[in-house]
Design a protein around this ligand. Structure first.
Ligand code: GRF
Length: 189
């Protein structure tokens, strides 16, 4: 099976996924894609000798460039790992139920447009939430609304800072994302 990862930034989740499948007989990461030519994830892809592709807004929203590349590479699963742009309809249609995302909160709480990165954790602390966590879900035409595949949570302690809850969430993301991807791929023939 062949995985494509979309990421806009650091790519620590992409790194964990590339590590997980490096010696796998089930699947490989065939391509890393980014809208951001400066994204550190591109360096990480290089380190794993995974090819990468950078696209701009016009190519993504007004052409089939990205879909064509994914099709040409026979991609089975599209993984969004810190990818900040809404997925256009041509891509959704080309990969029905084959696009997943990770979100650093317990959806449906703390999701939607503009809810990413530190803003999520800040909102969680401001709301006085007693638990927080991560969600891995299918992607549809709206931000953070597709069917949930897996959630993992932790307790927010009264003394927890933004950095602490962010770190706890990242640990869960790194722990579960590769495994959830593997479980999904095992169901494909
Ligand atoms: C993760 O927290 C993910 O949930 C969110 O963006 C962050 C990406 O982190 N969608 P990284 O680039 O994988 O380090």
């Amino acid at each position: 099976k062949r995985i494509a990862i979309f990421a806009s930034g650091s790519g620590s989740n992409a790194q964990k996924i590339m590590e997980h499948f490096k010696y796998s007989s089930l699947a490989e990461v065939a391509l890393v894609l980014s809208n951001n030519p400066e994204a550190y994830v591109l360096q990480r892809a290089d380190n794993f000798e995974v090819p990468s592709h950078v696209f701009d807004r016009h190519a993504f929203y007004d052409t089939d460039e990205v879909v064509d590349i994914l099709k040409r590479l026979d991609i089975d699963l599209v993984v969004l790992a810190g990818f900040l742009w809404l997925v256009p309809e041509n891509l959704l249609k080309a990969f029905p139920n084959k696009i997943i995302n990770i979100h650093p909160a317990l959806l449906p709480k703390f999701g939607g447009k503009g809810m990413y990165g530190d803003r999520v954790h800040k909102a969680v602390l401001e709301a006085g939430e007693e638990e927080h966590g991560i969600t891995i879900h299918f992607v549809n035409e709206r931000f953070d609304e597709g069917e949930v595949i897996h959630q993992a949570k932790f307790k927010v302690e009264p003394e927890d800072t933004l950095e602490i809850i962010k770190f706890k969430g990242q640990q869960l993301e790194h722990q579960y994302f590769p495994k959830v991807i593997e479980n999904l791929l095992r169901k494909y023939n």
